[in-house]
Design a protein around this ligand. Structure first.
Ligand SMILES: Cc1cc2nc3c(=O)[nH]c(=O)nc-3n(C[C@H](O)[C@H](O)[C@H](O)COP(=O)(O)O)c2cc1C
Length: 377
């Protein structure tokens, strides 16, 4: 039996001791007001840190304009940066590595997240179907977003640079640019949401321009080898879509490959929540398989993996590492459990978003589970 998840892997300047990565996971537990990470958040990340293990933080808004959900943390104030330092210290205390996921939600937002009530911005004024998450955790119909003016776009790129500039002294080892799941960068990439006729719309090269400018900006702070990118080709979250995903994402991934960044992180299409079997049938089996040949650096796959399917993905060369989401929520010691084939705690979906330590820092490690079982016996 192979243990390919437990072979070391080089990612940028880092030597990972294993390939069981923690996927970015929004948990909506930043303190209010100000969207500031807390000691409880530091405890949660510290519990999930392991020696030479890579954690990608929950999506973190780069500005108030980019905020789209309640109680998500930001990286646009000094107070937030100080809160994040608690988190990165907790991870480093265990010998772990942590990247910050940089997030601008674009049209997947709601005016209630901004004190001035401004509507969300997007490449084009195309309203998403579905419901927005309001500041009060209630669902509201999406608003029609305001299309960014050409002269404003460099300012949004600057928000990413500022965020990276704050992330570095806050102790993050690198950053992951969130270009997946129908948020702002994905809205620029895909033609269902990008109807622009200027140099940020139309051709694939024009639609990819915003992402590449964002990368220029964050690389100017961190250097390319500490910057990863997350993409979700064929994803449908946020009512996103493209008329020709193969052409679009091949172009984007080849451009990323040439930049020699830390890694490419791909979400597998069939991990989309809420698709019917019929819709799933039309999706390719694996984005990692489809785009592997276009990317020469480390490729992380995510979405619906078990230990066995993760090892198979590494063994057949599709991926170099696997990021686990829900299993990491419920199993703070996931790498160890997978290494010894221990049973996994089940996750509780009702505590994914918002709330307190319940369903957050109270999932037991293996040792704690057996101690509890003994005490109960
Ligand atoms: C509660 C929850 C929050 C998530 N938050 C984020 C996020 O902040 N950024 C992101 O890129 N993906 C996010 N995702 C997607 C996960 O990173 C991952 O791709 C997905 O859960 C599939 O992996 P899994 O099958 O191992 O859970 C989230 C998923 C869940 C379940």
């Amino acid at each position: 039996m192979t243990q390919s998840l437990f072979a070391p892997l080089r990612v940028g300047p880092f030597r990972l001791e294993h390939r069981v990565l923690m996927a970015p996971l929004t948990r909506m537990r930043a303190s209010q007001p100000g969207d500031v990470p807390t000691a409880l958040n530091a405890k949660y990340y510290g519990q999930r840190a392991s020696k030479g293990g890579l954690i990608i933080s929950e999506a973190t808004q780069i500005s108030l304009q980019g905020k789209g959900f309640p109680r998500t943390p930001g990286i646009h104030s000094d107070e937030q940066a100080a809160g994040w330092k608690l988190v990165t210290d907790a991870v480093h205390a265990h010998g772990g590595i942590i990247f910050l996921q940089l997030w601008h939600t674009g049209r997947i937002s709601h005016s209630s997240h901004r004190p001035d009530g401004t509507v969300p911005v997007a490449p084009s004024a195309v309203r998403p179907s579905g419901k927005a998450y309001g500041a009060d955790f209630k669902a509201y119909p999406f608003e029609i977003p305001r299309a960014l003016e050409l002269h404003e776009i460099s300012g949004v790129v600057e928000q990413y640079r500022q965020a990276a500039t704050r992330a570095k002294p806050a102790g993050f080892d690198g950053v992951e640019v969130h270009a997946a799941n129908g948020f702002l960068i994905d809205q620029f990439l895909q033609d269902r949401t990008n109807r622009r006729t200027d140099r940020y719309g139309g051709s694939v090269a024009n639609r990819a321009r915003f992402l590449l400018e964002v990368l220029d900006a964050v690389e100017s702070v961190y250097g390319a080898s500490r910057v990863g990118v997350r993409l979700s080709p064929y994803g449908t979250l946020g009512d996103i879509g493209d008329s020709d995903p193969v052409v679009l994402f091949t172009y984007v991934i080849e451009a990323l490959s040439a930049r020699e960044g830390a890694y490419l992180h791909l979400i597998e299409p069939r991990s989309n929540a809420g698709l019917s079997d019929e819709q799933n049938l039309h999706l390719p089996d694996s984005a990692a398989t489809l785009f592997r040949a276009s990317f020469s650096g480390p490729l992380i796959a995510s979405g619906g993996f078990t230990k066995d399917s993760a090892e198979a993905a590494i063994d057949d060369g599709r991926a170099d590492a696997v990021a686990f989401g829900r299993a990491f929520i419920a199993n703070p010691d996931l790498p160890r459990r997978l290494a010894i084939d221990a049973p996994l705690n089940a996750y509780d979906r009702s505590t994914f978003y918002g709330g307190d330590e319940r369903g957050y820092t109270d999932y037991p490690t293996l040792g704690e589970s057996s101690a509890r079982a003994e005490a109960a016996a």
